[in-house]
Ligand binder design. Structure first.
Ligand code: DC
Length: 215
């Protein structure tokens, strides 16, 4: 069983994906971490943050050290912004397709898989068994992200986080390759006025109705 979750930054899609995977005993792949890891490896290789060399980005994607996806260093707004620019490059996305599909079809524990990102239900896994599209009001998302970054010890201001998030949303939604959008058969959840437990309970009710035997 494969569950695809797409959505905007800080919409709660990662929390939902982790919650569903833990509850169902499925493996989880955070595909945003792949793009963030490519951004970090570019910076580690001395790349100029204002000029992305497509060839170099494709090379970093092909040789990606998956350990980098676990690094706390990928969780800052500078990397998020660079990841979103790297993610707009078609050849970089193509390089990551196989890895994501292999994970979904042959998850490490041999059971089901939950993947979250921007194009999972539309491009990576159009035949996923269940698809969610998660969104929330931009001010609420920026507030959540500010809190998260402050809690992780980074010094940030709400207004800067909001500006960066607006720019990233715009880039992710309007790029020509695999833009962020809901797949036709995705279930949309607006998490603006919901807490994590409510979102998980709602998603689980959809999992139940999708997978319980029909009378
Ligand atoms: O989900 P995130 O914030 O960690 O993602 C970082 C960036 O990576 C995001 O701005 C867009 C890009 N991304 C993407 O284009 N496609 C995905 N499947 C996942 C992330």
């Amino acid at each position: 069983m494969i569950i695809a979750i797409d959505g905007s930054a800080a919409s709660g899609k990662g929390t939902l994906a982790r919650g569903l995977a833990a509850y169902l005993g499925f493996d989880y792949l955070d595909t945003g971490a792949l793009y963030r890891a490519i951004a970090l490896s570019l910076l580690n290789a001395g790349a100029d943050i204002n000029y992305i060399n497509e060839k170099q980005a494709v090379k970093e994607a092909a040789l990606l050290d998956l350990e980098l996806t676990q690094s706390p260093e990928i969780r800052n707004d500078r990397i998020a912004s660079l990841a979103s620019k790297v993610a707009a490059l078609g050849p970089v996305r193509a390089e990551l397709l196989k890895l994501q599909r292999t994970f979904a079809l042959t998850p490490p524990q041999g059971g089901g898989a939950v993947l979250d990102g921007r194009d999972i239900g539309t491009i990576v896994l159009p035949n996923a068994d269940l698809k969610f599209f998660i969104d929330a009001d931009i001010d609420i998302r920026a507030e959540r992200r500010t809190k998260e970054l402050l809690q992780s010890g980074q010094s940030v201001m709400f207004s800067d986080v909001l500006t960066e998030m607006k720019a990233r949303d715009e880039r992710d939604r309007t790029r020509s390759v695999a833009p962020l959008k809901a797949s036709d058969n995705a279930i949309t959840i607006d998490t603006s006025s919901m807490d994590e437990a409510e979102v998980l309970a709602l998603a689980l009710s959809h999992v139940d109705s999708a997978f319980s035997p029909k009378q």
